[in-house]
Write a protein that binds this ligand. Structure first.
Ligand code: NAI
Length: 329
């Protein structure tokens, strides 16, 4: 029996996360879940990871997490970022793939975004100045080499042929320049993987014009976040893209999407991203068979528009789509 933490999250989180758990349970994979509510991450001083929560997450090592809201322009720091920092889940892996049955303007997109998760502008270190405000963008040699090694190792493991390094080193010569230099140096240790690099603005344009040229993209934190939403939009939207935040001893699996305030309570949120995040966790746990069954069932459902939620062009509900997936397991 595997032990795993379950964080339902906010907004549509509980709806789509329950869906993921239901589908996982239907495969027969034995997981004992330990639920943690979002409220446990708050104290009078803002967002925290209390010692008892930290202990159980470290002990189990596996977390399936729903989205947690963060106020815009004010208020507490992001719990999502806090969790990544506390458990040093430095590598974010987001596979983005068009479903064969789903009508799409980009049927040939199949790429993995590897995003550095521990530094860059996400440190959230900002200060006000007389003229306005300043944010700290920190890039270190250690974190850049670590994420580059993770990307090239993952490319080998996942049978990817090419890694494209995203940067803006023409303007940010010291920070992005260092990220690029470290990534290129590590790339030299992997002669079997092709490597190129691209300035982030051109990369965005190339991605929408000719997606098959990308196999894996290695990016610093902010560009990686934006790129994965952009690519998600090309394969049917945020409802379909899963993700993993990986460290040495803790792995946090979560959809790329947020709390979708516009969909709360409608019962029509797409559960795919959370279900696939669960499948990624199952694979890492060694439950490959269960994960494969989920992917195959989902693929069958994806080929019939009427079985899908409205974001994909269907008219189904979350619960209805989950029922169709379970029926095909
Ligand atoms: P969002 O991802 O919640 O929503 C963006 C758009 O995608 C909306 O139109 C929404 O309806 C749609 N969408 C998202 N998930 C969907 C699903 N499962 N099915 C169908 N449509 C879906 O991003 P937004 O609005 O920028 O952020 C809302 C809140 O979520 C914010 O408080 C933000 O901080 C938080 N957030 C949390 C994340 C996390 O926990 N990892 C990641 C991104 C945002």
């Amino acid at each position: 029996m595997h032990q795993a933490i379950y964080i339902p999250g906010d907004g549509i989180g509980p709806e789509v996360m329950d869906a993921a758990r239901e589908v996982i349970a239907a495969t027969g994979a034995a997981i004992q879940w330990h639920p943690i509510e979002t409220s446990e991450f708050f104290s009078d001083n803002g967002s925290v990871v209390p010692p008892s929560v930290e202990e159980i997450i470290r002990r189990t090592g596996w977390v399936l997490k729903g989205p947690i809201g963060t106020p815009v322009g004010k208020g507490h720091r992001s719990v999502n970022v806090l969790l990544r920092q506390t458990f040093d889940t430095y590598a974010c892996l987001r596979p983005i793939k068009a479903y064969p049955g789903l009508p799409s303007r980009y049927p040939r997109i199949d790429l993995i975004v590897v995003r550095e998760n521990s530094e860059d502008l996400y440190l959230g270190i900002e200060s006000e100045t007389a003229e306005g405000a300043v944010a700290e963008k920190r890039i270190t040699r250690k974190a850049s080499e670590r994420i580059a090694r993770f990307a090239f190792d993952s490319a080998r493991k996942l049978d990817r042929q090419k890694v494209t390094i995203a940067h803006k080193a023409n303007i940010l010569k010291k920070t992005d320049g260092l990220f690029l230099e470290c990534s290129r140096r590590v790339a030299g240790e992997y002669p079997d993987i092709q490597v190129n690099d691209m300035i982030i603005d051109n990369l965005c344009m190339q991605l929408v014009r000719d997606p098959p040229q990308f196999d894996m993209i290695l990016a610093p934190n902010l560009y990686g976040d934006i790129l994965s939403d952009l690519a998600a939009g090309m394969v049917g939207g945020l409802g379909t893209v899963p993700g993993a935040n990986l460290g040495e001893s803790v792995a946090i699996y979560e959809a790329v999407h947020g709390t979708a305030p516009d969909l709360v309570g409608k019962g029509t949120a797409n559960p795919t991203a959370c279900i696939l995040s669960g499948a990624m966790m199952l694979e890492a746990m060694g439950e490959d068979h269960a994960a494969r069954r989920i992917r195959q069932a989902l693929e069958k459902v994806m080929s019939q528009l009427s079985l899908l939620t409205p974001d994909l062009g269907g008219e189904n509900t979350t619960a209805g789509m989950v029922g169709e997936i379970i029926q095909r397991l």
